[in-house]
Design a protein around this ligand. Structure first.
Ligand SMILES: [Zn+2]
Length: 244
């Protein structure tokens, strides 16, 4: 394991165009239940129904009843050591982009600057009628909350049945196709479009470094079986020593 850390750190130290792809696993260490984890919200409520745009339009009050606390408590969730380590790799000039499947905004909170949120973010709430934007936790009260114009407010996350933003997808593909190493962290990357991004990176010559509790990406060049909150700070420390 130790020599694997050294090898990865030596690989990353001279690079300037790396991309990270993150999923629920990185936020689990911040106490945010993963989508399908035991005891999580979506064990009680089938996300295919309750997190769909169809359901939202039919009964926004129910959606806000089950999801509203999470949005209003937005400030209480804090980034963990893994988020901060990625932000540091950014300020060291190694990491150019973080592509995330997470909607919790923790990469931005930790200080990462180029965060590509492919499933949107709970940080922003939109009016379905006039498009007015609110930023969590400053969301009007109410189940559902309404905009001053009378329109219903919807979280800025991509619900089932909604299209992903084409702009955001394009950014994600660009950041994957142009990187020279991709860190795949806390994601099983089985859901499209995230699933195709490591392959896109690899086809364009990038090395794939997977950090996961369980191996999910069979073609990774390096696999660290570890918690991201432990592995990433170690890598950052090692890179600093190499760069001294
Ligand atoms: Zn409005």
């Amino acid at each position: 394991m130790e020599h694997l850390y050294s090898e990865i750190s030596r690989l990353l130290a001279p690079l300037h165009h790396c991309t990270a792809l993150t999923g629920a696993g990185i936020s689990a260490e911040s106490g945010i239940a993963t989508f399908r984890s035991k005891g999580g919200l979506w064990e009680t409520y089938d996300p295919a129904i309750y997190a769909s745009i169809e359901f939202f339009r039919k009964d926004p009050s129910k959606y806000w009843t089950i999801r509203g606390d999470f949005i209003r408590n937005y400030d209480s969730y804090q980034p963990n050591a893994a988020h901060y380590a990625l932000a540091e790799l950014g300020s060291m000039g190694i990491l150019q982009a973080v592509i995330t499947q997470n909607i919790d905004g923790l990469h931005t909170k930790a200080g990462s600057t180029n965060v590509i949120e492919i499933h949107g973010s709970l940080r922003h709430i939109y009016c379905l009628s006039c498009g007015a934007k609110f930023t969590a936790p400053h969301v009007p009260e109410g189940l559902p909350p309404y905009c001053a114009c009378g329109g219903v407010l919807k979280p800025g996350t991509v619900l089932f049945g909604e299209q992903l933003s084409q702009d955001v997808l394009l950014q994600a593909r660009q950041a994957s196709a142009t990187c020279n190493a991709m860190l795949v962290i806390g994601t099983s990357a089985v859901v499209q479009p995230a699933a195709s991004l490591p392959y896109l990176a690899q086809q364009n010559g990038a090395k794939i470094i997977e950090i996961n509790i369980e191996k999910a990406f069979p073609d990774a060049d390096y696999f660290l079986q570890a918690k991201a909150g432990i592995a990433l700070p170690r890598i950052v420390e090692k890179i600093k020593k190499i760069r001294q």
